[in-house]
Design a protein around this ligand. Sequence first.
Ligand code: HSE
Length: 353
Amino acid sequence: MEIRIEIIGFGTVGMGFLEILNRKADILKEKHGFVPKIVAISDKIKGSLIDYKGLDIQKLIKILKEGGNLKDYGKGFYTFEEKNSIDIIEEIDSDILIEMTYTNINTGEPATTHIKKAFEKGKHIVTSNKGPIALFYKDLKKMADERNLLMGIEGTVLSGTPVFNLVEETFPPNSIKRIKGILNGTTNYILTKMETEGMSYESALKKAQDLGYAEADPTADVEGFDALAKVLILSNVIMGGDLKKEDIKREGITKISSEDIKEAAKNGFRYKLIGSVERDENDKIIASVKPLKIPFSDPLSGVSGAINALTFETDLLGEVTIQGPGAGKLETGFSIMIDVLRIFKKINKQEKK
Ligand code: HSE
């Protein structure tokens, strides 16, 4: 079955998603009956591309890999001034809108407006954008539910390493008492390099930026704002909280020196930037982001480099720890793939009824 997809915000993650569609086209079709039809792509810098019959994914990847841009695709190209993202959302018929514009943790825009407009148009949403989910999850979920639409947010925490799909599909009827973990790859990379290679904070940050882990403004990483957005998402999506940014205590890693790291290691501890959310005895949700000294015996202590990890404290299973990539082109592209496929299966099921 064909599924019509439109993409708003087309950067590294979008490219990762296209590459997965291309590499896995046969298995997606044969095993799942999934045939993607990308009817539009719109990006503020790159412009907009429309093809009601579906863009040629292989041709597009080839153009982009050779250093070309959307306009080199030819027919169907418009500058952003001629057709912007809102025009595309309003004019184009599609089943799923994938929102991958840059995260703005302060306003959630322009992604929140894109998502709301898409719901008004009856489109399902998949997003890797943390802003709208951290700030407005409850409102957006309500809008989706009222319209019987789905909102896939797997890419917002731990990129393609399954968190929300895992919890929703395989954890019930466990009760989750606490979630804690390493939610930011850049800071974990810096702390690891400072400890294992004696690298300075500045060089390690520079390397993390070169490797593409850091946010556009790395202050978001090192001061804990990125981890805070993810803690907010975990709290409000999984733990049923209704927290605002101001409710979460936040501290970054900038005050930790190489000496602190060496001293901790001598005593069997490792500094990690830990995001945590728990339900206290009064049923209140408490959340924080701060550097903590974690004993070598804790699984979180052994998580090195840009890898992320989460420990779920559950009543039936006890502690369950997952670890995996938290950023990257294919890794975040994969998070989009999981959600698109899940929504596709649901639409397919409804149509068969
Ligand atoms: N800057 C983030 C990190 C990217 O370092 O983890 C993924 O949200």
